[in-house]
Design a protein around this ligand. Structure first.
Ligand code: ARG
Ligand code: ASP
Length: 725
């Protein structure tokens, strides 16, 4: 008897507790995870990491420019993030004479720090649980659409209402946000401080910051110095203020100490940051949909497009530059989709999702008292599955159109009658600019349309008519590009000379304008047709998650959910694990860390992706790893190995880029910048054997600042520490 009770308890707790190293936890869940963290080696007190009533390490973690994470690393507001996170800002500050992307940049003084207009850095000052407040407000709604529980604008209204305008007026730079968790079973309010005078301080050249570029993207073993440095400026009181030359460097509440002691296999590693999106409560049918529709179509269509692009790029250096960024963007998503489907194909991937679903179903339908009240939980599964089945054909059509035409053929952004006259110019130059080749676009169009018409059923009307008229994709595309105002600047200039009446007539007849607006129109129709299914799934998932909680033995929904991590939604989270390599396939093993030797092995002066700058080669040859080699560790034979990147079992996703990685003493050991492609299915289910965060070793960052940048003033500003023995 005792044995069975024990077995049941064990099963329940196994089921509701996430497995080792899985989890993007809320700060408030630190208490629950703390015993495990200590067991794994953490030497900090809980309040050192997160202290709701005082300062803690979390106060040194910032959201960088919306999509990334950064960390404060000095008493004068220096912020460290990835090179790819600072990329847009650095590009905007660059010119032909000052190409900071290509050459790097190191401000020699405060006065040389360059205002990065538009960049914002956000601190999370306070987090409050407002679940009961939101739930009671939701109950008061008389005539709503039933979707307020997830609506950002509705929730924003509630946040304003709770705090009032007076509060915001007396707290400059403060913003409030209420976010739903577990699909609306919990709500947290974030009080944020947003700084907008951010200045660019330093970055390595792209040959270091983006070394390996697209070929190495999503890959380990990796050798990228993916970092850049900014500084937060504030008014004299330390409050956020618009750019002014009178602003001063921020004196932050907290900043990270930086460990020079290094990491090795097995070292404890913890990350805080702002992961963007995951879907780990997906039902098996949703995972199949992701695999068979979304990913599969993306892989097929982007594959066709990228093949054409690459052929053209390799044949012509000019095209190579023009299409580099477009190719990179396409390829980033392509590789991610391939990794996801690879992960899903691992044996047992679906089991967790299947078991959870069956558990909820079994509990909801079991014939005991109270089971009637549980009907909605079983119904939620039926609703989600039903919506997935019903929308399948439509979703396929949408993805084929989006990936196969809209995102593939640049001309689909062309002016058309569906756009406002004031938007025509913007539409035209969104694709027809110095990086546009109508020749390449036409070749891509021929390739993707040939595939599209075989796979899709509900073509845009213009395509149907065009193919009827011209007889083949080849002839239709040729006609599109031959007869339009919108494939060149000259054509557009002719269009601009027409009177308003003539322009309207031209938009109704120009084959490209007709094609583009027909594609957009069809996409809009499909989006609208799909919306009721999204709504149904969103509502049902709220019940499904409540069901998971109650079926798992939670006395209340909130209690049961508290031991599960909520899906990522760009809010502050922590994750932990250890520094460890992996075996991607039989007999292959990837180790930690990678070293400067590996950069020299990958060097290829004839490929822009693998150029090694001379200065780095010198450093390698002379082993000048910091004055007195202080950024590295001496090997047994007296030589030095310079670590570059390592990977860890921490659970991260897009948005975690730039996140601080710290050791058991809370000292910074690196910054997160990517994942391995074998691990991207971790957005649905964490794969302990395969998923790894890819991290730039802080010692490599110090080496580059010191020896490549020569920026001693920055090194002097940092709090460098050695770990206790
Ligand atoms: N894979 C990284 C992420 O998803 C992007 C790294 C940027 N580098 C690149 N070569 N595209 O954000
Ligand atoms: N490269 C991603 C980012 O920029 C990180 C990831 O997807 O793991 O956030």
């Amino acid at each position: 008897m005792r044995k069975t009770i024990f077995a049941v308890l064990a099963a329940v707790s196994l089921w509701v507790t996430a497995r080792a190293d899985e989890g993007m936890w809320l700060m408030e869940q630190l208490a629950g995870q703390y015993p495990t963290l200590v067991k794994r080696g953490l030497q900090l007190k809980e309040y050192d990491i997160y202290n709701p009533n005082g300062t803690s390490l979390k106060d040194a973690v910032v959201s960088f420019d919306g999509g990334c994470t950064g960390e404060v690393i000095s008493f004068q507001g220096l912020v460290l993030t990835n090179h790819h996170c600072g990329y847009d800002a650095i590009q905007r500050l660059s010119s032909v004479e000052h190409n900071y992307l290509q050459d790097g940049y190191w401000a020699k003084s405060f006065a040389d720090e360059l205002p990065a207009k538009g960049v914002v850095v956000t601190f999370i000052d306070r987090i409050e649980d407002v679940t009961s407040y939101v739930q009671s407000e939701l109950k008061k709604i008389k005539k709503g659409n039933g979707m307020e529980f997830l609506s950002p604008s509705y929730l924003e209204g509630l946040a304003q209402k709770k705090y009032g305008e007076a509060y915001l007026r007396s707290h400059p730079g403060t913003e409030l946000e209420i976010k739903p968790f577990y699909n609306g079973n919990k709500y947290l309010l974030f009080i944020k401080k947003v700084y907008s005078d951010i200045r660019f301080v330093g970055a390595p050249p792209s040959s270091i910051g983006k070394f390996g570029a697209d070929t190495d993207n999503w890959r380990y073993p990796r050798h990228t110095g993916d970092f850049s440095i900014f500084r937060i400026y504030a008014d004299a009181n330390g409050n956020p203020a618009a750019y002014s030359k009178d602003n001063v460097p921020l004196h932050p509440k907290r900043w990270f100490n930086i460990s020079t002691s290094g990491v090795e296999k097995g070292s404890f590693a913890m990350i805080m940051g702002f992961p963007g999106r995951t879907n780990h409560f997906a039902l098996p049918d949703e995972i199949r949909e992701w695999r068979d529709i979304d990913n599969q179509i993306r892989i097929r269509m982007r594959g066709i497009r990228q093949e054409v692009m690459l052929r053209e790029m390799l044949a012509d250096p000019k095209i190579n530059i023009m299409y580099a960024a477009k190719y990179a963007r396409s390829q980033n998503g392509h590789k991610r989709a391939m990794g996801a489907n690879w992960g899903i194909s691992r044996s047992g991937f679906m089991t967790f999702s299947q078991e959870t679903m069956e558990r909820v179903k079994g509990w909801a339908t079991e014939g005991r008292t109270g089971s009637k009240a549980r009907v909605r939980y079983a119904q939620s599964i039926t609703d989600i599955d039903g919506a997935i089945k019903e929308r399948a054909a439509m979703r396929r059509e949408y993805w084929l159109l989006d990936e196969g035409i809209f995102q593939a053929i640049e001309l689909t952004r062309a002016p058309g009658l569906d756009l406002k006259p004031t938007d025509l110019e913007k539409a035209f130059h969104s694709y027809c600019n110095e990086d546009y080749s109508p020749v390449v676009d036409a070749k891509i169009a021929k390739a993707v349309l040939t595939e599209y018409i075989q796979q899709a059923k509900q073509w845009p009307e213009a395509l149907r008519q065009g193919l009827n008229k011209y007889g083949s994709v080849e002839a239709y595309v040729d006609a599109l590009f031959a007869q339009s105002y919108f494939t060149s600047e000259q054509g557009y200039a002719r269009f601009m000379k027409l009177s308003q009446e003539e322009q309207k007539k031209a938009l109704g007849e120009d084959p490209v304008a007709v094609f583009a607006s027909s594609v957009r129109g069809r996409m809009k129709e499909l989006r609208e047709a799909l919306r009721p299914f999204d709504t149904k799934i969103d509502k049902a998932r709220r019940d499904y998650l409540a069901g998971i909680s109650l079926a798992g033995g939670g006395a209340s929904v909130g209690e049961g959910l508290s031991s599960l991590w909520p899906d990522a939604n760009s809010t502050l989270r922590f994750t932990y694990g250890e520094v460890r390599g992996y075996s991607p396939s039989d007999a292959v093993e990837y180790k930690v860390p990678t070293t400067l030797r590996g950069i020299m092995e990958k060097e290829n002066p004839s490929s822009w992706e693998f150029v090694v700058p001379d200065r780095l080669k010198q450093i390698y040859q002379n082993q000048s790893y910091g004055h007195g080699s202080r950024w590295t560790v001496k090997q047994a034979d007296g030589s030095y190995e310079m670590p570059v990147n390592f990977c860890a079992t921490t659970h991260t996703t897009g948005g975690n880029s730039g996140s601080p990685v710290f050791n058991k003493y809370g000292h910074l050991i690196g910054i997160n910048f990517d994942r391995n492609w074998e691990g991207v299915a971790g957005d649905i289910k964490y794969l302990p054997d395969y998923q790894r965060s890819i991290i730039c070793d802080i010692r490599y960052i110090l080496l580059i600042i010191d020896e490549v940048g020569g920026a001693k003033r920055l090194i002097d500003e940092l709090s460098l520490v050695t770990d206790p023995m």
